[in-house]
Design a binder for this molecule. Structure first.
Ligand code: EPU
Length: 421
């Protein structure tokens, strides 16, 4: 397994381009299953989760071609299997996103149950119950969700809890259902919105996009002609590089991004002492050499502070001035980075779903590893200011969600290298 070796101390300064959003690309690739004509997807990030999704679609018989710019053309007319096998779902929970489109278009899906993961138990009951309400016949057997339906029927769905992939799965099912589906308490994350725009571009009739009330009037067929769609920028990658620059007291200008998707994060960075300037598609952060001030955050669904930025802010609080209280309300167990940060000298106390971070004057490099993507990113960020070398192990987690992280950080002046095993 590859490792990253980071020597702390360099103040980041420079410019970067932000990649397309992983969490929009995954549902949009799954949604290509709904199209009759081939679909072209652009601004796809170069990530391991994208490769896994392509492998998943490929195993179903779907024809995929990728060019050197990561434009992916998907033609699902050659599909010959409706199975998402355990070995792929196990490595990427988002494989569950093929359930809705397979069922809606082909009347059949066999998707391995994802099970628990490093950040909590993460059930998929809301996905399943919604499909049952739409008339699907679902059996759970042998660790698989076996779903069948002649044609799904539109209905009123009130989601018990806000769920991003749950909303996406049900929306992808609803677009081909007979009649109207009204979804209440839907997730309104920008990635859900991006998927909805893509579905409409293929001919779906969704209204209420960007709100928690989505209405879809089912159509018979989607994608009569080839559609080209560019994925929106990754707001979490954006936030991660902003934190990386902030922790070092540095400056960064991020291009090809969307400041309007990061209101809650930018507000907290300003509270931490950053000067932020924005244009339509860029964000610049400048700490003017200052140490960040600790900030308190509470994770909640969009547009509030995202859980996917919680670990990075814990890292920043670890060396900030003062005490920051970080409360995680979306996942029950998303603090695996805390033990590793403590090993680098951080003073963080965990009390159930709250991390109380008392900033220290310095962190020290250490061998560390993490068991999920954003936790790993927080260790990289901490390493940028730690004294000496930090060796971050198990970086396959990082490769799942950050496009060429060591190249991008090097471009900003960080001392970081990948050591292949
Ligand atoms: N939940 C249920 N039942 C369900 C579905 C969800 O109880 O049927 C609960 C979950 O256990 C959790 C909460 O609802 O406590 C919210 O989970 P959600 O379903 O929204 O999460 P997700 O759709 O599995 C997506 C992102 C995550 C991101 C969360 C929250 C993708 C592929 N993944 O996960 O991204 O943290 O939404 O915003 O879109 C990441 O990129 O690192 C990542 C983990």
């Amino acid at each position: 397994m590859d490792k990253l070796i980071i020597t702390g101390g360099a103040r980041l300064d420079g410019e970067l381009r932000i990649s397309g959003a992983k969490n929009a690309a995954l549902p949009i690739l799954a949604a290509t299953l709904l199209s009759h004509a081939p679909v072209r997807i652009g601004n796809v990030p170069h990530l391991h989760d994208i490769t896994t999704t392509m492998e998943l679609l490929g195993r179903m018989g779907v024809d995929l071609t990728v060019d050197e710019k990561m434009n992916i053309q998907v033609d699902s007319s050659t599909i010959n299997s409706f199975v998402a096998p355990y070995e792929l779902v196990r490595t990427m929970r988002a494989s569950i996103l093929v359930l809705g489109p397979l069922l809606a278009r082909f009347g059949e899906a066999h998707v391995s149950l994802p099970g628990g993961c490093a950040i909590g138990s993460r059930p998929v009951d809301i996905h399943i119950n919604g499909l049952i309400q739409m008339g699907a016949d679902i059996n759970l057997e042998g660790g698989f969700i076996h779903a069948k339906a002649k044609r799904l029927k539109g209905c009123r769905l009130v989601l018990e809890q806000i769920t991003v992939t749950g909303t996406e799965n049900l929306l992808m099912a609803a677009v081909l259902a007979e009649g109207t589906t009204i979804m209440e308490n839907a997730a309104k994350e920008p990635e859900v919105t991006d998927l909805a725009h893509f579905l409409n571009k293929m001919g779906a009739k969704i209204i209420g996009i960007g709100t928690d009330g989505l209405t879809s009037e089912g159509v018979e067929k989607l994608g009569e002609t080839t559609v080209h769609y560019d994925i929106l920028p990754d707001r979490i990658e954006t936030g991660t590089y902003l934190c990386a620059a902030a922790i070092t007291g540095g400056r960064v200008k991020l291009k090809d991004t969307r400041p309007d998707l990061l209101d809650a994060v930018l507000a907290k960075l300003v509270e931490a002492g950053a000067e932020i300037t924005t244009g339509e598609d860029w964000i610049e952060l400048n700490m003017h050499g200052k140490r960040p001030k600790a900030v308190s955050i509470r994770t909640l669904p969009y547009p509030a502070f995202p859980t996917d930025m919680q670990a990075q802010f814990c890292a920043m609080n670890a060396i900030a001035e003062g005490v920051g209280v970080v409360t995680e309300t979306v996942f029950e167990n998303r603090f695996m980075h805390v033990n590793e940060l403590q090993r680098m000298g951080a003073e963080i106390r965990l009390e159930s779903n709250t991390a109380i971070c008392t900033g220290v004057n310095k962190l020290t490099g250490a061998p560390v590893m993490a068991t999920d993507l954003r936790a790993s990113a927080s260790l990289v960020i901490a390493a940028l200011v730690a004294e000496g070398d930090t060796i971050v192990d198990r970086i396959y987690h990082i490769d799942r969600g950050y496009d060429h992280i060591e190249e991008k950080l090097s471009q900003l002046g960080a001392t970081i290298r990948r050591v292949p095993k």
